[in-house]
Design a protein around this ligand. Structure first.
Ligand code: IVH
Length: 681
């Protein structure tokens, strides 16, 4: 390819990837599969490698990180980064309102927003390009964390909009969504590392990482709540927020404009009620005067603006009696201590259990039998024991010591040097580990044998139909038909029957059969090797190409691969040197699973090449995303709306009437999933 062709291709890929990023991360409307997205990104990265002169500092390839910053440089903010005065009561908010009314004499509007519990950031743009992102620091100077901010996919690197000022700065809050936080701590626990106490600390820690490729994996996100500059589109905050949304920034949909304090109180109540359903932490509501000229008139105190205030929710802390400590055994054998409590109401729900994280944390709390403990559910998702009320400690109470044997199989526990976690080493025979391994194997992110699910897996294990993942592929219809079990949930006082009738049995056997086609990288991840996550499994699959090559790799070879640490290398060696694991792999090979990299994974055929499809409605055999993936794998293109360029509309149940009308008007053929299947066969 010559330079001019490459340049055009790089520009096209950049536009496409930025668009897909925006649709996925800002609008939460994915347009293509993760796999196809990765393929586009890989194509861009490989072109940029081939033609280094085409590498732009704001290319979407920079979002995967890679740049290592030894020390963040300190930058002076163009506009100081102030914080807000806090209130905790209606009275204080009333006083704030009175002060403003006294000062302004005229009617005005408030803008109410959520107070996100993360890390403040200021991001500057010049001519639509991100130039710098700086943390708050002391408000006057902060750290330049641009390379790490670029990994946050909801933050635009380039803005393609005609009306943007040549220079401006946006302000926002970087946060870690609950799902990312739980995943990160789970991985940390499996690796025996110290956990983050809450998503805010995790976000702050992730922004200060020296290696931006690690930040990229932390799945941070960012809400933008302000803009500063000389040439702003509107002279009020609310309209500017709407404009920021149009420019591609992620602005919270919980943003309202009100003219009365009563409405502001209404907003606070709604947020307080919905707070625990949000997928991220908030610790209050921010109330701002809307008009910039009013803001100017109100001015600032020595620390805060007089035109804004935060109404903070109180972290709810209660005390209750510790009944006992039990221990859970995870998929990889990691032992988690759990405090069982006398039931208590915290933040709108009854708490009976709270995590004690690990042996180290439990030791710090110095728990004794019969202690009264403080339990908190603040912004955090999991209730936690934060301390002991020593005034209630009974004299002579026994200290609660961490167990030394597995509570499930009685094997002596082990702890690796420098780790805070105890493990049960009996990985192939300890019941929860067997269950955990099989559940991990069938998971959506692994072999995707979803029709099996937890309850049914449990039933198969209890009835000794399966003892390990390889047994799944020996299951016959007659082995499972008629199996039945009632599962009672004591806590919710409910029960349900799990049974293998004809249809269920056939569905499960078909799903197991279909999983034989899962690509090597998924199979490798599904094996459940300790410390081996999805991304690394993909990387190792591409590096070694076959399981035999990976099994033959020496420790030195493994640690020589970029990003493979000592723990993972050792864990891979341990896994493959285990005789039982070797047998399982031979059986899985014999069952026809993919243990080699598929060369032509991307495109299966070109049957739909040159055609553009619009997919709408609900389908019976596939999900909408699967239909789209199928079309792309056979060379077709996907579009979101029907136009004269559409070749066909693939219609499911309940498709949008507008799409059908438009397709009829333009004489575009409408087909169903069966007809699509016929086209690609
Ligand atoms: S406005 C002068 N809006 O709260 C106005 N801040 O104590 C400055 N925060 O450091 C901030 N959500 O990190 C504003 N919707 C929101 C916010 C918000 C969270 C944080 C921000 C700031 C701190 C103020």
């Amino acid at each position: 390819m010559d330079l001019s062709k490459a340049k055009a291709k790089v520009e096209e890929l950049t536009r496409l990837i930025n668009d897909y990023n925006y649709q996925y991360y800002v609008l939460a409307q994915p347009q293509i599969s993760d796999y196809d997205f990765d393929m586009l990104l890989e194509e861009l990265i490989s072109l940029e490698k081939q033609f280094p002169e085409l590498l732009d500092k704001n290319s979407p390839s920079q979002r995967v990180g890679g740049q290592v910053t030894k020390k963040f440089s300190v930058v002076t903010h163009k506009y100081p980064m102030l914080s807000l005065g806090n209130t905790y009561s209606r009275e204080e908010l009333d006083e704030f309102d009175q002060r403003i009314r006294k000062s302004l004499h005229t009617d005005f509007d408030y803008v109410c927003e959520l107070k996100f519990d993360g890390v403040a950031i200021g991001i500057s743009y010049i001519n639509g390009e991100m130039v710098r992102a700086v943390t708050r620091g002391d408000g006057v100077q902060g750290d330049d964390v641009t390379t790490n901010i670029k990994t946050i996919r909801s933050i635009p690197l380039k803005i393609n909009h005609p009306d943007i000022p040549s220079e401006f700065e946006v302000r926002g809050e970087v946060y870690m969504p609950h799902s990312s936080f739980l995943q990160l701590n789970k991985e940390k626990q499996e690796r025996g590392e110290i956990l983050f106490a809450n998503p805010r600390n995790a976000a702050a820690g992730s922004l200060k990482l020296q290696d931006s490729s690690i930040t990229a994996k932390r799945n941070l996100d960012c809400f933008i709540y302000g803009i500063l500059g000389d040439d702003l589109p509107h002279n009020n905050h609310f309209d500017n927020l709407q404009t920021l949304k149009k420019w591609g920034f992620k602005v919270s949909s919980f943003t309202r404009k009100y003219s009365s304090l009563a409405d502001v109180f209404g907003f606070i109540e709604v947020c307080q009620r919905q707070r625990h359903e949000l997928p991220y932490d908030i610790d209050g509501v921010v109330i701002k005067v809307n008009s910039y000229s009013d803001q100017e008139q109100l001015g600032y105190t020595s620390k805060f603006p007089r035109w804004a205030i935060s109404y903070k929710f109180k972290a709810e802390r209660v005390s209750t009696t510790l009944e006992n400590v039990t221990y859970q055994v995870g998929r990889t054998g990691a032992i988690t201590p759990v405090a069982n409590l006398k039931p208590v109401q915290v933040a709108g729900s009854t708490v009976k259990r709270a995590s004690l994280y690990n042996a180290g944390k439990m030791d710090e709390l110095d728990l004794h039998a019969g202690d009264v403990v403080f339990v908190e559910k603040g912004g955090d998702i999991i209730p936690k024991v934060v301390g002991v009320d020593f005034s209630h400690r009974k004299t002579g109470a026994q200290k609660i010591e961490f167990i030394s044997r597995c509570p499930e199989c009685d094997t002596p526990l082990v702890k690796n040097e420098g780790e805070a976690i105890f493990y049960c080493p009996n990985s192939n025979h300890c019941p929860p580990q067997i269950r955990g391994k099989i559940e991990h194997f069938i998971d959506r992110r692994a072999m995707k044998i979803e029709s099996l699910g937890q309850g049914r897996t449990e039933l198969l294990i209890q009835t000794q139909r399966i003892k390990n993942i390889a047994d799944l592929y020996d299951l016959k219809y007659n082995d499972i038909i008629g199996l039945e079990k009632t599962i009672t949930d004591v806590e919710n006082n409910t029960s349900r029957v799990i049974s293998f009738r004809e249809k269920t049995a056939n569905n499960i056997l078909k799903a197991i059969d279909d999983s034989r086609k899962m690509p090597f990288e998924k199979v490798l991840y599904a094996l459940g090797i300790r410390h081996l996550g999805e991304t690394m499994a993909k990387k190792l699959a591409r590096h070694f190409k076959t399981i035999d090559a990976l099994m033959a790799a020496q420790y030195e070879v493994l640690v020589g691969i970029h990003e493979v640490g000592e723990k993972l290398a050792q864990s891979i060696i341990d896994y493959f040197s285990d005789k039982e694991n070797q047998q399982i792999i031979s059986r899985l090979k014999a069952a026809g699973l993919q243990f080699e990299l598929e060369q032509q994974a991307h495109t299966l055929t070109q049957a739909l090449s040159g055609k553009t499809f619009v997919v709408s409605g609900v389908f019976s055999k596939y999900s909408r995303q699967e239909i789209k993936d199928l079309i792309e794998k056979h060379g077709g293109k996907i579009s979101g709306s029907v136009s004269s360029k559409t070749s066909m509309l693939v219609a499911g149940d309940k498709m949008g009437p507008e799409k059908r009308k438009k397709a009829d008007e333009l004489n575009i053929p409408i087909i169903d999933e069966k007809e699509l299947e016929e086209m690609i066969q």
